[in-house]
Write a protein that binds this ligand. Structure first.
Ligand SMILES: [Zn+2]
Length: 385
């Protein structure tokens, strides 16, 4: 009797039960709505800051300072102020909602203290980046969008390089995998892919989230594979191997370069379109600044957020292609399609395994769990007899 791919796929997904499937669907579509609401709320905050003329007053006070200092201070101030004003929404969307679905056990105090660390980092780095953008607008005129795209390339690559070294350790503790069968299995996998075994870490991901997850980050010598302690404690040895095989797939396929390339091309397009739409959006929000004035930063960022929201289907498409490639790498490297399927089912609670095709096309950063399990079962059908 031949192996029935569809029946095997249905078995895996249906094993979750109708209640868990309904909950996953509710959580997932809610997450997509929070994206839209997040944009609307940040636009309302921009309108409020413009109305109160906070940045106009600040620019007036700093008018004798250099352009660089002025744009750094005004951009940083706006990033800081808008994060504070959207805090109630952030608390709802990123903490309370996660808590109510059982996706996090992080105490509010820890959430807030880690939030203040990331607020400081984003104010500082965001202020630096935006002061570069204002420098290009003022000094290079018409082609500022192309130069700013170049600046995005430098910034994203620098962040990727220093992320694992200086930023990620501020939020989680990364330690080498303890000796044992998991470590032996993963070292073997790393060796096949010519990755130094000391680049595989376990981190206390359970601090922020109960999600079953792993990731690759860093560039060149800072690149590393990190597995959340949630995955290590909740997965079987085969599941850890299948999931790590997937992460190593990202690493050896160089997906980080696809992401940097996409970020640069999209940022140039975003800046170009922002140049074209700035005056219209500024009028609607009641802002009198031109694009070259740092006090118009709220309008500039509303344009960029709107364009990033619109570009979601494109960025998600690129990311999904990488996910398919990484799954295929795992099947080739460890050949454990059933372990991959059962590991994937464990992620279904926060990614509806059977989304509407349109929902998947627009919002999904990974192909649906059902599609991925079916691909695993197809691999199984072709490689076992
Ligand atoms: Zn992946």
């Amino acid at each position: 009797m031949s192996f029935d791919v569809q029946a095997a796929t249905d078995n895996y997904i249906n094993a979750l039960g109708p209640e868990a499937l309904a909950r996953a669907a509710a959580y997932t579509s809610g997450s997509h709505w929070t994206l839209l609401w997040g944009f609307l709320i940040s636009t309302a905050v921009a309108w409020l800051v413009i109305k109160l003329q906070v940045l106009d007053n600040l620019e007036d006070k700093l008018k004798h300072k250099s352009l660089w200092l002025r744009s750094f201070a005004i951009s940083g101030a706006y990033l800081f102020l808008s994060s504070l004003l959207t805090l109630p929404w952030t608390l709802y969307a990123d903490w309370w909602r996660e808590m109510s679905y059982g996706k996090t056990s992080q105490p509010l105090s820890d959430f807030l203290s880690q939030g203040s660390v990331s607020l400081l980092i984003s104010t500082l780095l965001g202020g630096l980046f935006l002061s570069g953008v204002y420098f290009f607008i003022r000094r290079l005129g018409r082609y500022w969008w192309a130069w700013s795209g170049g600046l995005t390339a430098v910034t994203v690559s620098t962040l990727m390089l220093i992320g694992p070294l200086w930023i990620e350790p501020l939020f989680n503790k990364y330690t080498p995998l303890p000796p044992g069968e998991v470590r032996e299995a993963l070292e073997e996998l790393a060796k096949q892919a010519k990755i130094q075994p000391d680049r595989i870490f376990v981190y206390n991901g359970s601090r922020q989230s109960n999600r079953f997850t792993a990731n690759v980050s860093g560039l060149g010598s800072s690149a590393r594979i990190a597995i959340s302690d949630v995955t290590v404690t909740q997965a079987s040895l085969d599941e850890v191997k299948a999931v790590t095989g997937h992460e190593i797939g990202h690493y050896v396929s160089g997906h980080v370069w696809n992401l940097i390339g996409t970020a640069v091309v999209l940022s140039m397009i975003f800046f170009y379109l922002t140049d074209a739409m700035f005056n219209m959006v500024a009028r609607r929000l009641g802002c009198t600044a031109s694009i070259a004035e740092p006090r118009g930063i709220a309008v500039l960022l509303v344009c960029i957020s709107f364009l990033s929201l619109m570009a979601q289907p494109i960025t998600n498409y690129v990311v999904r292609l990488g996910e398919i490639e990484a799954d295929q790498y795992s099947y080739k490297a460890v050949n454990l399609p059933d372990a991959m399927a059962s590991a994937l089912v464990k992620t279904a609670e926060y990614r509806d395994p059977r989304p509407h095709p349109l929902q998947e096309l627009i919002f999904y950063t990974h192909p649906s769990v059902e599609k991925r399990v079916r691909a695993a079962m197809e691999w199984k059908a072709q490689h076992t007899n």
